[in-house]
Design a protein around this ligand. Structure first.
Ligand SMILES: C[S@@+](CC[C@H](N)C(=O)[O-])C[C@H]1O[C@@H](n2cnc3c(N)ncnc32)[C@H](O)[C@@H]1O
Length: 292
């Protein structure tokens, strides 16, 4: 690519803006090299409207467009601010953050963002039936591959969905992330239940609710509350007992190992749990009856 890239780097526009600028330059370069792949990029979901409350991407798009028009006139033909903003939206909505390995309680950092032609088609569900595994430190060229594994059998014709963030986030956190970063309001079964929690503002913390539902030996009141209308305040408790990593502060999702459905692996910390250990946990915490 012409000297525009160096100019952007020299402009010192900050890390996030620099990443967006490099993405735009890479997209322009792709358009010049492989029109078919560029068209596939344009077909991904994502519109400029996702930046309605954030003027910064427009600033980056303007800067890159101006640099291209100055330094690479031929390449800049046919490009527009709107196309650049749409490209940035597609990047934002479809990028997967490849994470540094889990190190106990410290928050995991994103090491790189990547887009995957097929995985980017996966929609979100707050109670997903699949989750993503990655093995970035695996030796070899394929260590940026990601693996989508089913959590359980899925009826034919049902949509395979992942969660775009850890499954133990509460309703408010999930709603904010989905609206701000992905531009949609979630209407999944879990959200429909949790938006009625607390005083109706949907700000109930389900981790707290789970602690009551799963571990309180004296949790008569909560259990009565759960049973009152047949499905309870937290009908999805069993999902978390079975698929949320039991490791404290991990927040990962457990999915069966390929070829060994009796062994679950956490997609964050790598913890393994056998079917027998799961049953032992259930007996210890007395939560099995909520699944029936
Ligand atoms: C990574 S893309 C998923 C694939 C996308 N649906 C497509 O057809 O290309 C993320 C975008 O899909 C849409 N999406 C994903 N999950 C959704 C859901 N549960 N409800 C509504 N829209 C959803 C949103 O527009 C979101 O920004």
């Amino acid at each position: 690519m012409c000297s525009a890239l160096q100019d952007v780097a020299r402009a010192g526009i900050g890390h996030e803006a620099g990443t967006q600028a490099r993405f735009l330059l890479a997209a322009v370069s792709l358009a010049a090299r492989n029109a078919e792949d560029f068209q596939r990029l344009l077909l991904l979901d994502g519109q400029a409207s996702v930046f309605a409350n954030d003027p910064r991407p427009a600033g980056v798009a303007e800067l890159v467009l101006a640099l291209l028009r100055t330094h690479c006139f031929e390449l800049a033909k046919g490009l527009s601010l709107e196309m650049f903003l749409n490209l940035l939206a597609k990047d934002k909505i479809n990028a997967f953050g490849l994470m540094a390995p889990s190190s106990g309680t410290a928050q995991r950092k994103v090491r790189a963002y990547a887009r995957y032609a097929q995985a980017s088609m996966l929609n979100h569900d707050c109670l997903p039936n699949a989750c993503r595994f990655e093995y970035l430190d695996k030796p070899g060229a394929s260590n940026t591959d990601i693996y989508i594994r089913l959590l359980h059998d899925v009826p034919q014709g049902s949509e395979i969905c992942i969660s775009y963030f850890p499954v133990n986030w509460n309703y408010k956190e999930r709603r904010e992330r989905l609206v701000e970063d992905y531009g949609f309001e979630c209407n999944c079964e879990r959200c429909r239940v949790e938006q009625t929690w607390s005083d109706g503002d949907g700000e109930g913390d389900e981790e707290e609710a789970m602690e009551h539902d799963q571990t309180d030996g004296d949790g008569e009141d909560e259990e009565e509350e759960m049973d009152k209308d047949g499905d309870g305040d937290f009908p999805h408790a069993m999902f978390f007992v079975k698929y949320l990593c039991p490791e404290e502060s991990c927040g990962g999702t457990m999915a069966p190992l390929p070829g060994n459905a009796n062994l679950m692996e956490c997609n964050v910390c790598g913890r393994l749990r056998s079917e027998q250990e799961f049953i032992d946990d259930l007996e210890q915490h007395g939560t099995a009856r909520h699944s029936d």
